[in-house]
Design a protein. Sequence first.
Length: 205
Amino acid sequence: MALQPVMRPIPAFLSALLLSLTLPLAPAHAQDAPAAAPAVEGISEGPVDLQRFMGRWYVVGRVPNFIERGHVASVNTYTLNDEDKVSINYQFREGFSEPVEELNIRAKVDEDSGNRRWRTWFYRVVPTHSRVLEVAPDYSWALIGYPGREMAWIFAREPDMDNTLYRQLALRLRDKYDVNTDKLKRVPQHAEQVGRLGFEVPNKK
């Protein structure tokens, strides 16, 4: 029998912390480091194509926060309702043996920002802010930031991401966008990833 999403309310004082990335980052010039892979390049300037940005994004990395900490199989689905209004459906599990839960959020895109700055609301009254820092030319991955640079997210269209690409994107968050990635964690999207180095620990096993 398919599991149905379970709606779970979240206290308003925690809502401002929604959406998140500790894969330790080795020194950039380690002597025993393998030859560097070609640098990944994304679109960091100019407008984001809002239509292309819509759809399903897997949360493959984040700085854990009070709302998302310990969640596995985290997915955001974006739906454009108007020129600048977006519905966000966040689905997750507390553990891989737990049912799917979800949170629905509404967002408004600041067109003057080239569709990069977003304001989101919880319970229709509590606003938060986020920014699309960079997106892949083919919109296969995205880097999302948050005011204060203490939280960030790595999104992807597929649940699995190549280790080299993930590491490059983590370094990009740290070196280009000054994000504090000391607590960056990969999000388990499959049960076999639980317990691996650098992956977040589920709330329930």
